[in-house]
Design a protein around this ligand. Structure first.
Ligand code: ADP
Ligand code: MG
Length: 266
């Protein structure tokens, strides 16, 4: 018997007006698994991540993290919203890193990282700061404690954002195109920190256009189009030998077919 998945998404649906953005998504992520989500712009990838931590409320379907329903609870056979305080606690178990780093500009790096542990988790300041310094070393930013976000490169800011999310000791980390807004020369440093976290066994759900990264790091690649999962499997299958015509078209458009030709046949 296998263990229950850490994240379980069942029949997730979301529409904006008449636009069906998520159309019955089922997805499970095991503890320690790294899942990369790829797909065209507008296919619902960000909405999917935002529903997982209830930044968007699904119209239908459920999210479970570590067996616990997120955002809703059962009352007399119906699902009703959880109280705000419960939602805050649930959200703190789900780390999120956005394309735009979303750091607090008026706070130093250290203040950004300790803010939620102190305010939301009620940690003593000294403990939170000790842990923040460890995390900064981990994302290779020791010495930057007192810098303000504007003094850092995009890649450095994104690594602070990762450290800030990790400070809450999340059960799972969601990344929404974490390198899309970066200068090309700083993309690699962010991806290498993410690879380090993956190697350490962090459970990660990553929306990315970095196909080489997905091939290298993902345990599973999920191709999404039109709010549905079209195809999923190991990277070697979905990226290098896609079965669905839509996946093939997407990958050839973003150029991975060219990459493939330069790789030795196995
Ligand atoms: P992706 O991340 O794959 O590019 P998104 O999840 O951001 O896709 O968006 C999917 C679709 O939903 C797009 O057509 C987008 O314009 C639309 N959409 C996203 N958020 C909203 C919103 N808050 N209101 C209306 N439409 C939205
Ligand atoms: Mg998006």
């Amino acid at each position: 018997m296998t263990a229950d998945p850490l994240v379980r998404i069942d029949q997730l649906c979301k529409r904006y007006g008449s636009l069906r953005v998520l159309d019955g998504v089922d997805l499970e992520v095991d503890a320690g698994e790294v899942v990369c989500i790829i797909g065209p712009s507008g296919s619902g990838k960000s909405t999917l991540l935002r529903c997982v931590n209830f930044l968007e409320k699904p119209d239908h379907g459920t999210i479970r993290v570590d067996g616990e329903l997120i955002g809703v609870q059962e009352r007399k056979g119906r699902l009703v919203d959880v109280p705000v305080a419960d939602l805050a606690r649930q959200r703190s178990s789900i780390g999120m890193v956005f394309q735009s780093f979303n750091l607090f500009g008026h706070m130093t790096v250290l203040e950004n990282i300790v803010e939620a542990p102190i305010r939301v988790a009620g940690q003593p300041k000294a403990d939170a700061e000790k842990r923040a310094r460890e995390l900064l070393a981990h994302v290779r930013l020791e010495g930057k404690e007192d810098a303000y976000p504007r003094q850092l490169s995009g890649g450095q800011q994104q690594r602070v954002a990762i450290a800030r999310a990790l400070a809450m000791r999340p059960k799972v980390m969601l990344f929404d195109e974490p390198t899309s807004a970066l200068d090309p020369e700083t993309v690699g440093e962010v991806l290498s920190v993410m690879k380090l976290l993956a190697d350490e066994g962090l459970t990660m759900l990553i929306v990315t256009h970095e196909i080489e990264f997905a091939r290298d790091v993902a345990d599973r690649v999920v191709f999404v189009d039109g709010g549905k999962i079209i195809e999923q499997g190991p990277a070697a299958q979905v990226i290098d030998d896609p079965q669905e015509e839509r996946t093939q078209r997407f990958l050839s458009r973003i150029g991975s077919a060219g990459d493939r030709e330069t790789r030795p046949a196995v």
